[in-house]
Design a protein around this ligand. Sequence first.
Ligand SMILES: [Ca+2]
Ligand SMILES: [Ca+2]
Length: 105
Amino acid sequence: MSVMASKPMISIAASLPEDINGDGTVNMSDVILIASHFNTMAGNANYDIKCDVNRDNAVNMSDVILIAAKFNIVYTPYPTSTPTMKLSPTPTQTAKPSPTAYSNS
Ligand SMILES: [Ca+2]
Ligand SMILES: [Ca+2]
């Protein structure tokens, strides 16, 4: 047994390590985050493990390459709550066939 247990790599679909800022897209904003921590190593004050995509304790070109490989991937962050797709129990504005619709014109 090693220290591998500390890696939260359970569900790739829920969280991409390449999506550093966690906004559901791998894009330029993540590259910018890497750039701001570029050439740092574990132990450095500026080191951020989130920017260390491959978790090799160094933020460098290999992490940028990993981001590039997933660039523009959009995924859905795990559905914590679905506020948009709510079935309201009270049908407020259902299109009811009004009796006047049958009137001849
Ligand atoms: Ca992102
Ligand atoms: Ca790295």
